[in-house]
Design a protein around this ligand. Structure first.
Ligand code: CA
Length: 226
């Protein structure tokens, strides 16, 4: 899950970035309005967190522009301005949620989780592919009722696979969404981690869920994903 944070207060920005990265999200941080808009347009994010008061262009202007351009990435507005009219303006401009500074980081993380679930249309529910079940709320993974222990990167990779079940994911796409790193330097690491995951999810099982698509990438699928 890849998140863009547009926040000009360096302290707040790096605090948010650190908290999100600890939860295994890939994070880009930008400190000005025009730069934020450019990033939001040019890359595919799963969520955008926008401060309102920004140099060059306000968070609300960024949001309005994105919505006009039919970019429907979930947006969480974060602002010091607690007034009702700001909140209404934000929601009118197409924000999905709104958070007033100062906020507890747990509150931000809870909103982020909720928006990411909504963004993928999964609701509050479990992700399930055949007998493989992932609970985003508790981060618990089981297959055939057996608990599977994953490292935080393995978990992030599996969650991304499961939210995109049936879709072939290329290595650059996986690199971008799960690692937030440049693909060129990274191809081998993805294969290594997919192998770690396979060992935990598929090894010794009759039905394999993670498949290699030669020349393309990987896909996680069961019977219902065709
Ligand atoms: Ca600001």
């Amino acid at each position: 899950m890849r998140i863009l944070v547009v926040e000009d207060e360096a302290k707040v920005g790096s605090f948010i970035r650190r908290a999100l990265e600890e939860e295994s999200y890939a994070v880009d941080l930008c400190a000005d309005g025009p730069g934020g808009l450019e990033l939001a347009r040019g890359s595919s994010y799963d969520l955008i967190i926008l401060d309102v008061m920004l140099p060059g262009m306000s968070g609300l202007q960024i949001l309005e522009t994105l919505r006009k351009e039919k970019l429907n990435t979930p947006v969480l507005i974060v602002t010091a301005r607690a007034q009702l009219d700001q909140r209404v303006k934000g929601l009118d401009a197409g924000a999905d949620d709104y958070l007033t500074k100062p906020f507890a980081i747990e509150e931000l993380l809870a909103r982020v989780r909720a928006l990411l679930r909504r963004g993928t249309g999964e609701g509050m529910g479990l992700l399930q592919i055949e007998d493989l079940i992932l609970n985003p709320a508790t981060r618990e993974v089981t297959r055939g009722g057996q608990r599977i222990e994953l490292t935080s990167k393995e978990y992030a990779l599996l969650e991304y696979f499961m939210r995109n079940a049936g879709r072939v994911l290329t290595r650059p796409v996986i690199a971008e969404h799960v690692w937030n790193l440049d693909f060129d330097t990274f191809t081998n690491v993805i294969d290594v981690y997919v192998n770690y995951l396979r060992n935990k999810i598929d090894r010794g099982r009759e039905r394999k869920l993670i498949h290699t698509i030669r020349g393309s990438g990987y896909v996680l699928k069961g019977d219902s994903q065709g």
